[in-house]
Design a protein around this ligand. Sequence first.
Ligand SMILES: [Zn+2]
Length: 342
Amino acid sequence: MELPSSSDLRKTFDSMLEQQHNGVPGVLKVESETPEPVIGITAMTHGNEPSGLAAIWYYIRNHRLQRLLDVTKKGSVIFSVNNIAAAQDYFRLPHSASPLQKEKCRSQEVNMNRLPEDILGRQSDNRREIRRALELCEKVFAGLDGGLDIHSVRTESRPMIVEVKGKGMSAARRFPIDIALTNMIPVQMGRPLSAFYGGAQGNVPVVGIEAGQHERRDSRRYAIQCTRLFLQELGIIPWQEREKPDSMPGYITEYRVAKGVTPPENGIFHMAKEFGMFEPIDPETILLTQADGERVIRAGMQGCVFMARPVSMSLPSTEEACFLSEPAKQVARASFGNSQVG
Ligand SMILES: [Zn+2]
């Protein structure tokens, strides 16, 4: 499969800035003869996560998606660059900028995956990401019939499927990924932007992926493959004969999220060490330590730690420093998503 270079992603970002849909910049709609269902493929909800642009690059190149929709004559696809302002900060950095500088481009004022639950009523909240999320929710995302939100992670990691809502997990069961994170939304602080796809109360299929490490070429491949499989599964683009297995063999390893760990407000805390993705923990494992004091925060449970912040960073009390999951469980791929609820 042909993959975009970093400069291709930057050009894709620049060309998306010139697009708009319903007056909302950074959004491109590609339609068939029958406009519905409308499926969203979204990138850069965090400004330092460019791999979702690979899917946009792939499908707008040579009108690839338009030609496929001309065959199926079914549905339309909305591509969105969600956090334009933070992504601009990211693309202004030289490619050689440090990981910490890039990490700071995740968001400007509000993490778009930690939005206030009452955001749809926040007409006078002028923080940049709140304004952007509101215009996207009201004019673009409320009308979605399904969505795939593409993210990536800081550390070396295999790709993951992330449960959002509806039958999203079932629509993701053919993704070439064998790790799934479930129960994230009930546990995390605030709401991810993707929870508003199809409306706050809508139960359309929405799923996320963590495609791998932010700037790895592999992450771009996963972004493209999962976009293709998601659109195929929802009947928007055709299957190719050789890739239509009735049931895929194998298992998916499910990590059910149990809790987020947030530092206390009084005191400066750091991660106790650099934690790897899904490193096993027991109740005594020290997760966080106070910089100038004696206090430590222990795991208090058996399971795994994941998405831990870098050890060099002082941890804000407004966001999770890491998450803990129950011990991993194997789920048959063929029945994956059947038991999930939205
Ligand atoms: Zn992200």
